[in-house]
Design a protein around this ligand. Structure first.
Ligand code: CA
Length: 502
């Protein structure tokens, strides 16, 4: 049955839950055109210049008069002004009572006091420069076939290959972002504190930029230019890897409090359902996790920019608010340098899915953060110092957000999608949540959880959110593997590099 979904009582548009034909009467609204699934229909007559309101906020201003029952799409709206970053109030949110989780522990790989636990036990081989990646890829193949079978407690070996390291302005101010991302990803909880760095010898990203002096030694670092030929370097690399595998193999899962768990949330390939099904249920799961003591990161600066005042309200203190303003201000300048603004974010697929502009996308994106207060704001690739809900200010690009959150220490990622993407990470399991039943039917062997029942009225946000919370804990505990992990679908690590390439 086709339904209309209106989110806020003040909204003057609703979305249709299925493709709807001209002439249909939906809850008293007679459609004047065919309207595609997820797209907006006017609930009243509106004039040129009027606000179009969804989520109770102004999505934009009409460029033409329209009648009740008309389709409203991206060509009919002018963007509202960007919310100012000046004098944003903070800690103004009403005291939020979060839902209580029924489970407060998980089975993880403990990394010691003050550190988050792993959800997987992986040998990570970090590279200083792209030049070595061919050798490291061969090494990974050799480790898989000859060494891994001897170390049953180690789940996998992963190469931290990337495009950074040389041919870059290493001392440019913004170079701190890719450098700290690579430095911090080595400490990801899933890597068990075992450091293995492979460098070339003449690159700009020298090992002292990645490791403290006491960790720069032959046990942790190998430079290919120090070796006489390929066979010799491969032999040395395998020997080094074996020492690390012996240490990792001693790790066992133990029962740990949720305060040892750090996960990330992001979305990609969004549609108009993302903001009413998948993202709100992720928000509810996030509230359950935070309430139980876990740390949850959400990101994607251009997708929160239009709701920055809503995030500022939720910042617990001035420090978090000031960092939010600094990070978002930096991003505004970064976009301006490229002569674009946040309107460059939505994709053709987003628009086809009914998202008219970045304001509509942002409102649907922010709900994945639930209702918890924001305890800390991080720059891309920075490490958290607090536990709870954290805004990690990364680009929204799926393949840049993923590595940034990994560098900040997530041991699992939840990924919401409307249009579908096979996205996955080698470094941490990724749970994919879809926004519509049709997506689940199209990709039953790629989607881990379907939130589409919220749109059809079969399930509530809380019910789907609770199912997602339980799935997160099962995956974190190694009891379940999401499809992307089973199928070994992994994306390239694209570390954010806003600094010049030379
Ligand atoms: Ca994204």
């Amino acid at each position: 049955m086709i339904r209309l979904i209106q989110i806020d009582p003040s909204d003057n548009v609703a979305i249709v839950t299925e493709n709807a034909a001209k002439g249909m009467d939906l809850e008293g609204i007679v459609l004047l055109q065919d309207i595609p699934q997820g797209h907006k229909v006017a609930l009243k007559n509106l004039q040129k210049g009027d606000e179009v309101i969804r989520y109770g906020v102004t999505l934009g201003y009409l460029l033409e008069d329209i009648e009740v029952g008309s389709w409203i799409n991206e060509t009919m709206l002018a963007l509202p002004d960007l919310p100012s970053l000046d004098s944003l109030t903070y800690a103004q949110g009403e005291a939020v009572v979060l839902p209580k989780p029924s489970i407060t522990t998980f089975e993880g790989f403990d990394n010691g006091p003050d550190l988050y636990a792993g959800t997987r036990n992986l040998l990570a081989i970090t590279t200083t420069v792209q030049c070595v990646s061919g050798v490291v890829n061969q090494l990974v193949g050799r480790i898989r076939s000859t060494l891994l079978p001897k170390y049953p407690n180690v789940d996998e070996v992963v190469a931290i290959n990337h495009a950074y390291g040389c041919g870059v302005a290493i001392n440019a101010p913004d170079a701190v972002i890719p450098i700290r991302s690579i430095r911090n990803i080595m400490r990801n909880p899933n890597f068990g504190g075992e450091i293995m760095v492979v460098g070339l010898g003449c690159e700009k990203l020298t090992v002292d930029k990645l490791l403290p002096p006491e960790e720069i030694n032959a046990e942790n670092v190998l430079m290919l230019q120090d070796y006489q030929g390929y066979a010799a370097m491969m032999e040395a690399l395998l020997k080094m890897a074996e020492t690390k595998l012996e240490a990792l193999n001693r790790r066992k899962r133990t029962t740990l409090p949720l305060s040892k768990l750090c996960i990330g949330m992001q979305c990609g390939g969004s549609d108009a359902f993302s903001g009413i099904t998948a993202n709100p249920s992720a928000g509810y799961a996030s509230d359950l996790l935070v309430s139980g003591g876990a740390t949850v990161m959400f990101s994607e600066v251009t997708e929160v920019r239009d709701g920055v005042h809503l995030l500022a309200y939720r910042c617990v203190d001035k420090e978090a608010r000031d960092k939010l303003v600094a990070e978002i201000g930096w991003y505004d300048a970064y976009l301006a340098k490229g002569e674009v603004d946040r309107s460059a974010n939505p994709t053709p697929g987003n628009k086809k899915g009914g998202l008219s502009n970045i304001v509509e996308k942002a409102m649907g994106s922010i709900v994945k953060s639930g209702r918890a207060p924001i305890v800390e704001v991080l720059g891309p690739g920075e490490l958290p110092t607090k536990k709870g809900l954290i805004f990690a200010a990364t680009p929204a690009s799926d393949i840049v957000c993923g590595p940034s959150q990994l560098a900040s220490g997530i041991a699992l990622q939840v990924f919401m999608t409307g249009r579908g993407t096979p996205y996955g990470l080698a470094e941490a399991p990724v749970i994919k949540v879809c926004s519509r039943n049709a997506m689940q039917e199209q990709w039953p062997d790629l989607i881990d959880l379907n939130a589409g029942g919220i749109a059809t009225g079969e399930e509530s946000v809380q019910e789907v959110g609770k199912r997602l919370f339980e799935l997160i804990l099962d995956v974190a505990s190694g009891k379940k593997k999401p499809y992307a992990e089973q199928l070994k679908l992994t994306n390239f690590l694209c570390f954010f590099n806003p600094a010049p390439i030379t």
